[in-house]
Design a protein around this ligand. Sequence first.
Ligand SMILES: [Zn+2]
Length: 267
Amino acid sequence: MDAKSIDRGAIAHDLKEMALKRGRFLQANALIQPILSRPKQAGLKKVAANYGFKLNIGYSIEIISADDKYLFNYFSGAFNNNDLKKGAENLPKFISDPRFTDRISRLSGRAVYHKKFTVKVAKSLEHLRRLGYPAQGFISRMHSFCGKVNRELAQGKGVIILGIPREGEIATLGDMEYILAHEIFHLLLFKNGIYFEGIDKKYAPYDEGLAILLGHSYMCTEHRLDKKRNKNEEFRRAYWWKNNLAYLTGKERAEKIKKVHLKMSRE
Ligand SMILES: [Zn+2]
């Protein structure tokens, strides 16, 4: 795939696409509103308390297209994009990679709690510009999106990015609710100093496992983790957390999580 065909393809935005996107975003917004109403906040608070935490975080929700969201992730260093210059050069390769193509038809979330991610995206965009990348629309859209995220972060808020697929079913209310809860718990854990990935990237499944467990707890579907535990490393870790934290009080659970975190940071 050459750069020109990328421009016409997934990333390109003509007016028709924008109109389509707008319609889907309105649909997504309509789904989100009932989730954010008071009883749901109470549900989030209850789960946080069950794990010994206070739901004391502020966040905003940003809705973008699923392909923009995965490109944001890629440019911020995900998918092993460790060398941002090479990452920009490899963009055509990445957007034909199954890690991208298999994901863009699904609803997904991302929690951003630190400026380091948007700084990386801005650097990547600069590399794209230098490479003469033709999708100027994409570059300026990403720039203004990063600016928006930075403004929220500067106010001490976390940002939850929801990636909406351009085609197909958006999602069920339940899917959207789970994803939001999952990302809110990521922010909550980070605010409470629990960030295994910050100790070493290889420990990221510990963060993911906790967010999966708390998200399932919020949806009252914890029992499903027994069956899902072989899905991937993250679900295996969620199952591990579930067993390790069972039969403990909220306070004891938070203490146990902090203890594991401390142990890892000393290794
Ligand atoms: Zn997660």
